[in-house]
Design a protein. Structure first.
Length: 375
């Protein structure tokens, strides 16, 4: 891997906090956030990172985090809608500097509770699941991640991501089922599509119009036809529309094999405890594993955005805000592309963008690609 461009803090020393904070400031301008909001959120990100924010980038990453390929504990995303500025989000692992997964989870939980006190929201839903997802000796690749939707006004929407394999991979399904039942979605688990595992369960905390419980399902060797049948929404997206997104994002024609590397993910959102079916469905494609370089990923994202009537030029500006490198000089800057459907709302397209604070993955030049670990 080649070194990524570095950010510099006011004292001239490049740190994880100054690098990712600089990216947030520049990306916030692209998303039309005010300067005041951008400065507020840059400080929120620094606070969420905790002591590792001051860690020099000349050192190795604070942990081998599952959150990104180069182990930066920060990821950005832009969620696009027709005729509107994109919604900007930042995903962070608050406990990334901990010396164990258990300590990581406790640090993450304390970070969420600090946010709850600051922005006056309850953590009741998270507290009800603590024994399932934050046991004394957790398993798996993560403990707790926090996503912040950076809204105008300086108060973000808060989401937490939890690991269903925390008590063992073999108990993941039972953990998801129990979590849904505790949160009032007693029959929801049976509406999920078949898959190869459950990598995440996510909760909306705080001020959301319809707080969601989201279950992510992994799909090994996913094909376009299979992707078109994953939604369990009533009056959900047409199969042809989902298949079309899959083929464009993954670069797979109708007669080609499925995703043999990093798998696709489906996400199923539950908002109403009085209904069995989910109110939302999202298909996530790990585009970085199916392109030679980010120039190809950008071209695919552009086609998807234009197809849905969205301004693709914003994504060009977003990439320039994150890095000075050319898209063709690396792969992974665009990590995932996702197509989201929510009841009574138009579809959204989300591009997940890597910070690359520690390294840039080189473009693919060989014919055979070495498989990567699943995110």
């Amino acid at each position: 891997m080649t070194a990524a461009p570095r950010g510099t803090d006011p004292r001239g020393a490049p740190t994880l906090g100054s690098f990712t904070g600089g990216q947030l400031r520049r990306l916030g301008a692209v998303a039309r956030l005010s300067r005041t909001d951008v400065e507020t959120y840059a400080q929120v990100l620094t606070d969420a990172l905790g002591p590792v924010a001051e860690r020099p980038l000349s050192l190795a990453p604070p942990a081998r985090t599952f959150l990104s390929d180069d182990h930066t504990p920060v990821e950005f995303s832009l969620s696009f809608r027709p005729d509107a500025a994109p919604a900007m989000r930042v995903l962070v692992e608050p406990g990334c500097g901990a010396d164990s997964l258990a300590h990581n989870g406790r640090a993450g939980l304390e970070a969420i509770r600090t946010m709850a006190r600051r922005w006056h929201f309850t953590t009741d839903a998270l507290d009800a699941l603590q024994d399932l997802f934050l046991p004394p000796a957790p398993h798996g690749p993560l403990a707790l991640w926090c996503a912040l939707e950076l809204r105008p006004g300086g108060v973000p929407g808060v989401k937490v991501y939890l690991n269903p394999a925390a008590r063992g991979e073999e108990r993941s399904a039972a953990t998801v089922r129990e979590a849904l039942q505790r949160l009032g979605h007693r029959q929801a688990f049976g509406s999920l599509p078949p898959g190869s595992g459950y990598p995440f369960l996510a909760l909306d905390l705080g001020d959301w119009a319809e707080p969601r419980v989201k279950v992510y399902v992994r799909h090994d060797n996913l094909t376009a036809g299979q992707a078109g049948r994953l939604s369990r929404m009533e009056a959900g997206p047409r199969s042809a529309a989902v298949e079309g997104f899959f083929r464009t994002a993954a670069g797979r024609g109708p007669d080609t094999a499925g995703l043999g590397g990093r798998p696709g993910l489906s996400c199923h959102s539950f908002t109403d405890t009085g209904t069995v079916r989910p109110s939302g469905f999202t298909l996530h494609i790990p585009v970085r594993d199916y392109v030679r370089h980010d120039g190809e990923a950008l071209a695919r994202a552009t086609r998807v955005l234009r197809l849905h009537g969205m301004d693709a030029s914003v994504l060009d500006r977003a990439l320039a805000a994150l890095t000075a490198r050319r898209p063709e000089d690396g792969v992974g800057l665009i990590a995932y592309l996702a197509l989201a459907h929510q009841r009574d709302r138009p579809p959204r397209v989300t591009a997940y963008l890597s910070s690359e604070a520690y390294a840039v993955r080189p473009p693919v030049v060989e014919t055979a690609r070495r498989p990567l670990s699943v995110r």
